[in-house]
Ligand binder design. Sequence first.
Ligand code: NAD
Length: 361
Amino acid sequence: MDRIIVLPGDGIGPEVTREARRVLEAVAARHGLKLGFEEALIGGASIEATGTPLADDVVALCRESRAVLLGAVGGPQWDEMPVETRPEKGLLRIRKDLGLFANLRPASVFSALVGASSLRPEVVDGIDLLVVRELTGGLYFGEPRGIALVEGEREGRNTMVYTEHEIARIARVAFESAARRRRHVTHVHKANVLEVSQLWMQVVEEVARDYADVELSHQLVDSCAMLLVREPKRFDVMVTSNLFGDILSDEAAMITGSLGMLPSASLGEGGIGLYEPVHGSAPDIAGQDLANPLAAILSAAMLLEHSLDAAPAATEVREAVSRVLAAGHRTGDLVLDDHEGDTLGCRAMGDLVIEQLESAP
Ligand code: NAD
């Protein structure tokens, strides 16, 4: 039995994770997967019940699980709290405590939704790329850091530092992912200026020797940012540092145009994965059955692929989502001016995905 911990969190988190869990249960039954679910608190919901955004026993529960499915945290009622005790702290803690060093952010466009992008349909249709971002090192964590008074003026300082080990393990995640996809890794760097990037270049090349059937190319981060909007279809898997990945994963995501459609996965050395939609807790629509559950459902598909080694089940989920969209069904956030199909709530969208799953051959 594979144990999955569901952390619904706040706002629309409980609504969207409920649909994702139902989809997992339906696909598990079809594929003979034995899943056991347990729910626990994180974020504002945890603050209200326990006084802390993530309790120690929840961390322990997650550590003993196969995977964690998370909704979202935060809301206006906790915005005035000190940073150390706010809901977001729960999210940062679970990522840190599970040692999640690899953040996987796919950007793909379902044909039925190409109109949601601000780019021309012919540029967007068929995009299917994955940004693999290093999550626990680099400029965001390097020491020394801070703002100090130096010779009478303030000086700000951060340090970009990576060890060989940190680069090799994220490179392996990228090559493993590419081996299951179109077999191309683009390493994104700034090696013309940064020694750290030169080390990345060397180590990524060394790791590439173990993956003879995956092609590797290197791309400067500035030209990569331009290519992403000019020719996004040329990319399969991108691997890069924390800073560059932070920016490029959001750029890639916005090419697709639909916040309610974007899943993510964070993987750690302990083998536990954390899966969550990219969107936040959307307090403006929470509790009204208006949320789009597809980002959470597609996160569940990533869980099947990366934590349960069930790629065919993951593909079935994605194909069910694609068929629902192709048939014209939309939640409110996906409705465009020329839309002629129906507008559904969160629950009804979940129902349709399950219906499509169960009617698949
Ligand atoms: P948000 O992503 O929650 O919402 C932005 C806009 O998109 C809103 O209009 C919202 O209604 C809409 N939206 C988002 N997801 C949707 C979905 N699945 N279906 C339909 N519409 C959707 O971002 P925000 O408004 O900046 O933040 C709201 C709260 O969420 C804040 O407390 C913020 O700190 C938190 N947040 C949490 C996470 C996370 O848990 N990972 C990420 C971002 C923001």
